[in-house]
Design a protein around this ligand. Structure first.
Ligand SMILES: Cc1cc2nc3c(=O)[nH]c(=O)nc-3n(C[C@H](O)[C@H](O)[C@H](O)COP(=O)(O)OP(=O)(O)OC[C@H]3O[C@@H](n4cnc5c(N)ncnc54)[C@H](O)[C@@H]3O)c2cc1C
Ligand code: FES
Length: 275
């Protein structure tokens, strides 16, 4: 069992859990993920490692409530335990001195992008970060991402905080103004990652996205996380989750993400009815 050492509600539907998992903490690298199972009847879901502390033996994950498992997870608190916590899985994010790196984060992904921005800065990169959320109430870790970056631009869709608009707008403006950007890391909802990649493509700036297809085993055996990148079939759990966003077949990803939509809706309703 893996004990929850700390739980914080970052927004009403986004929760941070610090989990006691020394073996995972010892090997974790930015961009990797874990597969968790709450209890023996629970489904397996992948969550990105947002932070880790190998001295303390802890790993931090941030989960947004979207369906049965993430809602069940949200009900747990400090002192509770989860059954399985497997990882670190996946290929770590490529970190080196590229020059100027623009980190673009949408929604809960601010928690994933922050350690990447911090390490990119430690490697000598100039880091310009853009974070976005639908509205002011969904903004969290602004200070953390600000401290990890040289510059931070905050966007909200409705303009209730920061600049009004989508994260792709300042990205496009910087590229059009000739700001030197050597690499973009865009993580968040799939649509946001797709449009970030479309924004940078005409400028030829390599853009890494972290793909989130449905995963089951997370170790390359079930084929569930199949994606197409540069016309090649790849398994996101072992070949990714980071890929070149300019080469991803986004339509295939969107279609495969919805394969179990009816079952997920049914499961969530059944769980809510039993509460
Ligand atoms: C590598 C990776 C890292 C991720 N990191 C995070 C993270 O750090 N924080 C976070 O909040 N979410 C993350 N996700 C998404 C998270 O796994 C899903 O939100 C979660 O599985 C939903 O489960 P559910 O039962 O709550 O919802 P459901 O109602 O079962 O599903 C809602 C939607 O979530 C997606 N989903 C469902 N089951 C899976 C699954 N087994 N694998 C992947 N996606 C699924 C589907 O798109 C589905 O339509 C990540 C996904 C991947 C692939
Ligand atoms: S999740 Fe099974 S092969 Fe990737």
């Amino acid at each position: 069992m893996y004990k929850i050492l700390e739980k914080k509600d970052l927004t009403p539907a986004i929760h941070l859990f610090k989990i006691e998992a020394p073996a995972v903490a010892k090997k974790a690298r930015p961009g990797q993920f874990v597969v968790i199972r709450i209890d023996e009847i629970g489904e397996r879901i992948p969550l990105t490692i947002a932070d880790w502390n190998s001295d303390e033996g802890s790993v931090t994950i941030v989960a947004m409530e979207v369906g049965t498992t993430t809602k069940r997870l949200a009900q747990l608190g400090q002192g509770d335990s989860i059954q399985d916590f497997v990882g670190p899985l996946g290929v770590p994010t490529e970190i080196e001195n590229f020059g100027t790196v623009c980190c673009v984060a949408g929604g809960f992904a601010v928690a994933i992008v922050t350690p990447i921005a911090r390490i990119m800065k430690e490697m000598g990169n100039k880091v310009i970060s853009i974070m976005g959320a639908r509205n002011k109430d969904l903004i969290f870790w602004e200070d953390e991402l600000h401290n990890a970056s040289d510059e931070l631009i905050v966007m909200t869709d409705d303009g209730t905080y920061g600049r009004k608009g989508l994260v792709t707008e300042p990205l496009k403006e910087m590229l059009e103004a000739g700001t030197k950007i050597d690499r973009v890391i865009a993580i968040g909802p799939s649509m946001m990652m797709k449009y970030s990649a479309l924004t940078t493509k005409p400028f030829g700036v390599k853009t890494i996205v972290s793909l989130n297809p449905i995963m089951v085993d997370g170790t390359g055996m079930c084929g569930c996380c199949r994606v197409s990148v540069g016309d090649e079939t790849r398994f996101a759990c072992v070949d990714g989750p980071d890929f070149d966003g300019h080469l991803v077949d986004w339509d295939l990803l969107f279609a495969r993400q919805l394969i179990y939509a009816a079952e997920e809706k049914h499961s969530c309703k059944q769980w809510e009815d039993n509460q």
